[in-house]
Design a protein around this ligand. Sequence first.
Ligand code: ADP
Ligand code: MG
Length: 352
Amino acid sequence: NISEKAPIIRQLDDAAINRIAAGEVVERPAAAVKELLENAIDAGARQITVEYADGGKTLIRVTDDGRGIVASDLPLALARHATSKIDGSDLLNIHTFGFRGEALPSLGAVGRLCITSRVAGQAGAEITVQGGRMGETRPAALNGGTIVTLRDLFYATPARLKFLRTDRAEAQAIGDVVKRLAMAEPFVRFVLRDVSGDGPGREVFRAEAEQGDLFAALHGRLAQVLGREFAENSLPIDAEREGLHLTGFAALPTYSRGSAVAQYLFVNGRPVRDKLLVGALRGAYFDFLSRDRHPAAALFLDCDPTLVDVNVHPAKSEVRFRDPGLARGLIVSALRHALAKAGHRASSTVAS
Ligand code: ADP
Ligand code: MG
């Protein structure tokens, strides 16, 4: 209708911008847990405790013993696009989980967020933000490290609350996130507790810090997370091609599953769900498994950060390789080689 006046363009305020961004960064409680865990790991934590109540809907609390945040920086930690991890000059060379400076402001926009932190040798401090409004920085007592408490996630966006699943399903997703990161960080101790209700809470998962070299530590951690049976029925993988490193453990075909639940893939330490890599895993077992079986594996691809773009999506579970064929080829050949060496003959050969 031409007779109508043209609409006026307005700049959105920070609270609205953060709420919109939050829609992408935090879809559900498990996504909030992932962001907070990654921050703890980026801060060099050796021990991380995650607590949640009611599937994370009413409470998520992550406590770490990492470097902490300087008191005067607390408001900045909650500001949009503020990060201590990159200076913006080299987006292709990222060595930390975080770099967008989006998680904390987003969480503060959709829940009641409190950050308590203390850097060694300094006084502790705390700041809260609710519905995007930040309080004053106040002194707080704690030993060291950081405690992030997120209450009433999505209380400000009831439409989003409605889309959450049952407490049980959300708790399950939280457990999944914690376990994936626990596989990637075998030297870090993880404890996950459900503190719903009035009692002392219930421990859901624990992985003690592993010792020794990375391979031994990884094997021990996989036994803790995926179970002894996986650890005892899997082959060590260690291969390299043109700057791309593949390590991890791949299960024997006899350990295969009827569903693809036990496939864990990591790129530069990040858990990923990447079609290319899942396809490569399937391809590697193609001759060793019948079509209705799924291989189990925990595989870590590591390369120079310039060879892979992790900047694809805020939730960052997809990656883009500069040379996808190289990644696929390495996985297929390394796994096929290990399976053949372990005496597993291709099913086509068995049949003939
Ligand atoms: P990003 O992780 O992308 O930098 P975040 O919004 O997640 O963005 O965090 C903002 C900043 O707050 C981080 O760059 C870091 O300096 C600080 N920070 C957040 N969580 C922690 C933590 N657990 N320990 C120490 N510093 C933290
Ligand atoms: Mg972060």
